[in-house]
Design a protein around this ligand. Structure first.
Ligand code: NAD
Length: 520
């Protein structure tokens, strides 16, 4: 039987799964390198400037050629989304829910080919790619359950007189903009879009230009499920060129941005210049782990390695800072060094690979700068530290998983690095570990390894992060799953306050209308 994949799946020793994935890698090869238009009101517009997306696995592989959306495309997409919004709301939540469930089944059926395409596009290992698609399927089903559970968000209120009927109705805002990052090109393009659509908003999506293929595959699934043309529009192209026009347009009613802190903060500062609307920004992380003397160090080591190096450290939830209580520091560092040295790096299509490439040459440059910073300013590279070449890796972007120490005031401790690079330091107490953990502008995920109930409770109550894990070998700070862990950041990591895949997520796409009716 093909096993069910989540991000907590620890290994791929399932024959059927491996065969299905490998067959799909071959089957999708002829879908790589094609030319794609922007999608406006069901029309594919290809006669535009094209940009090429090259695979991080090997720059000779052209993943696709995409139309660069124009300002006119942005205007047209928003106009079509606005025109269709009343009809989409009038569909009612049950009909929209049924469509989302159809889309879930279609995506589920195509999981392996979508995962194979994603490995080409982003360089993800099979488990990471399969997880990304499976998570999106789960978003469809979970949000479908949530909207039903809340009865479409219609609630009877009290009445002051016999003839009076009072109702609270949560209604869609209208046209919702979704801007997605490269690292979860299906789940983070799909998740917010599903949330906005199922609640009755129409969506204009701008995916990352590294990730456009997955966004277009998401669109294809929605079309097959029967989504009307006016409901979803896909504007491929570089963010800076169309992003400003899209996010400052008069006729949009809400934005969900997932991406880096600088771009998100700029959006928060400026998107409401003309008129107010909800702007939800889910941004970066600098996710800390504390390990105390009471911890099981083998569990801690496994959780830290998976958290730091899964998806080559390119998760917003990646484990990036580890504070270890003295007394167990040396022993844990020895385990971490040994484990780091066994992490397999290389071609993500190889079943033995745990860590594929990083996304582009910019990350390799950042990696070199971080290694130099450590070496020049009093730190130590404990494991890794090299850019990998040879053995078929020359045409892609490969770096070693890296474990390091550095003075606590170095920028490597404070800036989001977004690569397989984790820092470790010794602390005298849980208190100090929590204080250092919280001393950051970010607050996305955090982990603790401890077997002391008082420590665990104290940590849960004082750690400043939206997603928290204790003693998790499957990923010290990573691997949230819909309906298992809501996923959203605090502080500089996120503004919505209600995590994706969680019970409060859909609420942000709706505004309340109270309806008082007096019958004569
Ligand atoms: P990015 O900020 O470079 O790009 C994100 C998206 O914004 C892309 O679609 C990009 O084209 C677009 N964009 C760029 N400039 C824009 C502008 N001026 N106006 C509008 N849109 C613009 O991020 P990335 O490199 O794709 O993704 C990595 C970042 O995303 C990391 O910081 C990571 O932590 C974060 N992230 C956060 C979460 C979360 O849930 N908090 C999840 C995944 C990734």
């Amino acid at each position: 039987m093909v096993m069910k994949i989540t991000y907590a799946t620890m290994s791929v020793d399932n024959k059927e799964l491996n065969e299905a994935y490998e067959a799909s890698v071959e089957a999708v090869r002829d879908r790589i390198g094609q030319t794609h238009g922007v999608i406006v009101n069901g029309e594919s517009r290809v006669d535009r400037d094209l940009y090429e997306e090259l695979s991080p696995i090997d720059q000779d592989i052209v993943v696709g050629r995409y139309a660069q959306a124009t300002i006119q495309d942005v205007d047209d997409a928003i106009a079509a989304a606005k025109a269709f919004a009343p009809e989409w709301e009038a569909w009612g939540w049950e009909r929209r829910r049924d469509l989302m469930l159809r889309a879930a089944d279609i995506m589920d059926e195509h999981t392996f080919e979508l995962a194979a395409l994603m490995s080409f596009e982003i360089g993800k290992s099979r488990l990471e790619s399969l997880g990304d698609v499976a998570e999106t399927v789960e978003f469809f089903r979970y949000y479908a359950r949530q909207i039903a559970k809340n009865d479409g968000y219609v609630t009877e209120l009290n009445a002051l007189g016999e003839n009076e009927v009072n109702t609270s109705v949560l209604r869609p805002f209208g046209v919702w903009v979704v801007i997605s990052p490269f690292n979860f090109p299906m789940a983070l393009a799909g998740g917010p879009s599903i949330g906005a659509l199922i609640t009755g908003n129409t969506v204009v999506m701008k995916p990352s230009n590294t990730g456009a293929l997955m966004a277009l595959e998401f669109y294809r699934v929605m079309q097959e499920a029967g989504l009307p043309d006016g409901a979803l529009h896909i504007l491929t192209g570089r963010g800076v060129e169309i992003g400003d026009h899209l996010t400052h347009h008069d006729d949009i009613d809400g934005i969900t941005f997932t991406g880096s802190y600088p771009v998100g903060m700029n959006l928060l500062r400026t998107a409401n210049d003309k008129r107010p609307k909800p702007v939800s920004c889910e941004m970066g992380g600098k996710n800390p782990v504390v390990v105390t003397r009471s911890a099981d160090l083998d569990v801690a080591s496994e959780g830290i390695i998976r958290g730091a190096f899964g998806l080559s450290g390119q998760k917003c939830s990646a484990t990036s800072r580890v504070y270890v209580q003295d007394g167990v520091y040396e022993e844990l560092v020895d385990k971490l060094v040994a484990a780091t040295e066994t992490v397999t790096v290389g071609d993500p299509f190889d079943v033995k690979t745990f860590m594929g490439p990083v996304i582009d040459s910019g990350v390799v440059e950042r990696f070199r700068r971080a290694v130099d910073e450590v070496q020049d300013n009093g730190g130590t590279i404990l494991a890794g530290g090299n850019v990998l070449k040879g053995d078929g890796l020359d045409k892609g972007f490969y770096v070693e998983p890296t474990l390091a120490t550095a003075p606590l005031d170095s920028w490597v401790w404070t800036e989001e690095l977004f690569m397989p690079f984790v820092l470790v330091a010794s602390v005298s107490s849980l208190e100090e570990g929590i204080a250092l953990s919280n001393d950051t502008e970010f607050g996305l995920t955090a982990g603790l390894f401890s077997n002391d109930d008082d420590e665990i409770e104290s940590w849960f109550n004082r750690i400043e992060a939206g997603v928290t894990y204790v003693n998790r070998a499957a990923g010290a700070t990573t691997g949230a799953w819909p309906d298992i862990q809501s996923f959203g950041g605090w502080k500089g990591s996120g503004t919505s306050g209600s995590g994706g895949g969680g019970p409060w997520y859909l609420r942000q796409f709706l505004r309340e209308q109270s309806r008082t009716l007096i019958r004569g």
